[in-house]
Design a protein around this ligand. Structure first.
Ligand code: HEM
Length: 391
């Protein structure tokens, strides 16, 4: 297996990781990413196979000791379905899915429409940042509403989640860790009090339903409830914010005609946005036994990096993968993962994108980039630092 060097904080890579992915993919199904000392794959077949193979999972075989100053963060992770494998994963995921029904998601459509319209009608004059004016407030306020968290909390939720995702970034510093821990502590304290309030005064929201599930003997502990809410609130907007940002950038840069946002075209356009420039680029898995995938043998405990954005541009899978073609025939991409941990929020994220983008462009058909938008140095996330536009 060949190895490649590519610092994940290299400015050219942050702005455009795709040439590196192409080089890596050309070496074969797997390569050693030197900077992470990690075997990785951007091969679509390998990424799909590993996502779906139960001999791989997210829980490490031999977890590393947790430094005491990071304990509050990992105490939350310890109850997060995203970090667990069956049987605990199954129980937590099923409880969430019971509350997160397709009816409840579809029922959010009028709210998403009203909020997207309200935001699009309140843009400032001159040039402004579309991320803060549109892409951020929409998903954060919708996920807050869904869970039943007051919308006035939106700025806190954004701040906490921004700090917490720092724990997953390349080149994490002690300062980033301290910010993440402070945010975790505040977030947990807020939710603990809020869960108590909801216990006393149930409402028609997801937190109340999760509490009810707990009380019906489903054994969702308060700690599990808090971890689940944090996961939903964080996962529920970070990636959607950046998909809106990356998507608007792509639509404008490629001068995609507005017909791509028409009711009969929007679903395909959103899938192409997700394929072409997804907000999350790498997830890892651990091998639970010796297993061979496309010629590479993993031993128990080995870790593998799955490069979603690279798999989405695998020429073995896609025609002209580097071109944004909203009319391309539907085919599954891996931006929401696959298998057991497939994104719980995919239907909500899709609905938000399918509603918000047409409203934005219908309201502002002359939306124009003011400057070439730059991606933030946040790998393995891939989102813009700002998206300055005029209407
Ligand atoms: C465009 C937006 C989104 C993208 C690209 C995205 C992507 C992903 C990916 C790739 C995974 C799987 C990670 C893995 O297998 O290791 C995942 C899991 C998850 N996502 Fe999303 N997500 C998005 C929006 C959302 C939303 C809106 C919510 C909640 C409302 C959400 C909640 C979750 C949860 C709870 C999991 C964990 C599922 C499990 O472990 O079984 N996501 N997401």
């Amino acid at each position: 297996m060949q190895s490649l060097q590519q610092p994940p904080k290299d400015p050219a890579f942050v702005q455009n990781p795709y040439p590196f992915y192409e080089r890596a993919r050309a070496l074969g199904p797997f390569f050693l990413w030197d900077d992470y000392t990690l075997v990785c794959t951007g091969n679509a077949a390998a990424v799909n196979a590993i996502f779906r193979d139960r001999r791989f999972g997210r829980e490490p075989v031999d977890p590393l000791p947790i430094p005491p100053h990071l304990a509050p963060f990992y105490a939350v992770e310890a109850h997060s379905m995203l970090e667990l494998e069956p049987p605990r994963h199954t129980r937590l995921r099923n409880l969430v899915l019971r509350a997160f029904t397709s009816r409840r998601i579809a029922g959010l459509a009028p709210d998403i429409t009203a909020l997207a319209t309200e935001l699009a009608e309140s843009f400032p004059r001159g040039d402004f940042d579309l991320l803060t004016a549109f892409a951020q407030p929409l998903p954060v306020r919708i996920i807050a509403r869904l869970l039943g968290v007051p919308e006035e909390m939106a700025p806190d939720l954004l701040r906490w989640s921004n700090a917490m995702v720092g724990m997953y970034m390349a080149g994490r510093t002690r300062e980033m860790e301290d910010r993440a821990i402070a945010a975790t502590t505040d977030f947990v304290a807020f939710l603990r009090a809020y869960v108590e309030e909801r216990r006393a005064r149930p409402a028609d929201d997801l937190i109340t339903q999760l509490i009810a599930a707990e009380m019906e003997g489903e054994k969702l502990s308060t700690d599990e409830l808090i971890s689940t809410c944090i996961l939903l609130l964080n996962a529920g907007h970070e990636a959607t914010v950046h998909t809106i940002g990356n998507g608007v950038k792509t639509l404008l840069e490629t001068r995609t005609p507005l017909s791509a946002l028409a009711p009969d075209a929007i679903e395909a356009t959103v899938e192409e946005i997700l394929r072409f420039d997804p907000p999350l680029h790498m997830f890892t898995r651990h091998a639970y036994e010796e297993v061979e995938v496309m010629g590479h043998t993993f031993r128990r405990g080995d870790q593998v990096g799955l490069l979603l954005a690279a798999a989405n541009r695998d020429p073995g899978q896609w025609d002209q993968p580097d071109r944004f073609i909203p009319t391309r025939p539907a085919k599954p991409h891996v931006s929401f993962g696959a298998g057991l941990h497939f994104c719980v929020g995919a239907p909500l994220a899709r609905l938000e994108l399918q509603i918000a983008l047409p409203i934005l462009f219908r309201r502002h058909p002359n939306l124009t980039l003011v400057a070439s938008p730059a991606y933030a140095d946040v790998y393995h996330f891939h989102g813009l630092g700002a998206l300055r536009v005029t209407t």
